[in-house]
Write a protein that binds this ligand. Sequence first.
Ligand SMILES: [Zn+2]
Ligand SMILES: [Zn+2]
Length: 139
Amino acid sequence: MADAFASGGCLCGEVTFTAAAPPIVMSQCHCTDCQRVSGGGHLSVARFKRDDIAIKGQPKTHAIRADSGNVITRHFCPTCGSRLFSETTGRPGIIGVMAGAFDDNSWFQPEMIIFKRSQPLWDITTCDVPGYQTLPPPI
Ligand SMILES: [Zn+2]
Ligand SMILES: [Zn+2]
């Protein structure tokens, strides 16, 4: 574990994980699905190579087709309900990890804010990073 970049887990400790390497991209998403699953104004997500994340425990999953047509599978603890991971058919081999699920998340720094079109006025964002009404243009 000493080699891991970071570790984390759910609120009750049933599901834990380690990240072997730093994330590829970090973002803050205000889409209405993220608001619904978070119960807040956005989700803060760090995306890693799937191979870099080792999961202990058995998260429950829920899959839904997004507006983009991609199927997004969200993983959460079956006991305490903490949001943990997300995967999309649009980005195979990549896993999103909720920033708040890490034991220490001080390294998290969103590089972009996405789905600003549905950002609630009360969900105040102070970070000065590029924002997109929906998704950023493909690279
Ligand atoms: Zn739990
Ligand atoms: Zn979202």
